[in-house]
Design a protein around this ligand. Structure first.
Ligand SMILES: [Zn+2]
Ligand SMILES: [Zn+2]
Length: 141
């Protein structure tokens, strides 16, 4: 997606296109894994252009999340992690219990259990918890 598309997403969600919202959305879309707000700040600091302050980034992420443009993952501990909703099917994630690294798993999610009559699912998220390769190597050392 290019910038005009990001702007359109924000406008379509009923919001004002601010530099911070645009920068955050662009950063999350470019990232290969879900990021915490602090990681977004780190990325933005490393790329040329205007860098919004921390509070502004948190606000931008809150807004994007509340308007369905980014998804907050059900990860445990540490800071919440976000990824863009656009262009990505729902998918499972892996979270390392040691370093917190969270990766997107491209594999399709397993079939859903049947819900009791009258129940409706609104959100399904699969997070596999364990150790990443680097941390596993570290534990065995
Ligand atoms: Zn790890
Ligand atoms: Zn993901």
């Amino acid at each position: 997606m290019n910038d005009p598309d990001f702007s359109r997403c924000i406008r379509d969600a009923g919001g004002r296109v601010t530099a911070a919202r645009l920068a955050v959305l662009r950063c999350l879309a470019a990232a290969e894994e879900p990021l915490t707000p602090d990681e977004v700040l780190e990325h933005l600091t490393q790329t040329p252009g205007h860098v919004p302050d921390r509070v502004t980034i948190y606000r931008a992420i809150d807004w994007l999340s509340a308007h369905g443009l980014v998804r907050r993952l059900a990860t445990v501990g540490r800071a919440a992690r976000y990824e863009p909703v656009e262009d990505r099917e729902a998918h499972a994630h892996f979270q390392c219990r040691r370093c917190g690294q969270t990766r997107c798993l491209p594999a399709p999610s397993p079939p859903l259990p049947t819900l009791p009559p009258g129940y409706v699912a609104e959100r399904v998220e699969l997070v596999i918890h364990g150790l990443c390769a680097a941390c596993r190597a570290g534990e065995n050392a």
